[in-house]
Design a protein around this ligand. Structure first.
Ligand SMILES: [Zn+2]
Ligand SMILES: [Zn+2]
Length: 108
């Protein structure tokens, strides 16, 4: 498992049995599936567009800043809402009461 992401849509062919006029025949079905260096597994799709949607969704998930690291005071800290903010991260560490710093002397 790695936290680097390189999502890629790959095309592959799958052999399936298809009922035809003269009985069962083998057909090759083309499908698209998203793969990523984080070893994620996605469902195969019949169209590239759907697999590409998986890729965009995955990238969005990856780029998502964890809730506890998002800025809670965007205006005061000059951040976009939801943006990573080291000021807030530091403040949360203080809120959690790191030993030696929890004397009530710290305020924003
Ligand atoms: Zn990934
Ligand atoms: Zn902040």
């Amino acid at each position: 498992m790695t936290d680097r992401h390189l999502p890629k849509v790959v095309r592959r062919a799958r052999r399936v049995a298809a009922a035809g006029a003269g009985g069962i025949a083998c057909a090759s079905v083309r499908e698209y599936v998203l793969t990523c260096t984080c070893a994620g597994v996605w469902e195969a799709h019949p169209s590239k567009r759907l697999a590409d949607a998986d890729r965009i969704e995955h990238l969005n998930q990856v780029c998502q800043v964890p809730l506890e690291q998002q800025c809670r005071r965007p205006r005061a800290h000059k951040r976009a809402a939801g943006e990573y903010c080291e000021l807030c991260v530091t403040q949360i560490a203080l809120d959690l009461g790191i030993p030696g710093l929890d004397d009530g002397a710290v305020s924003l």
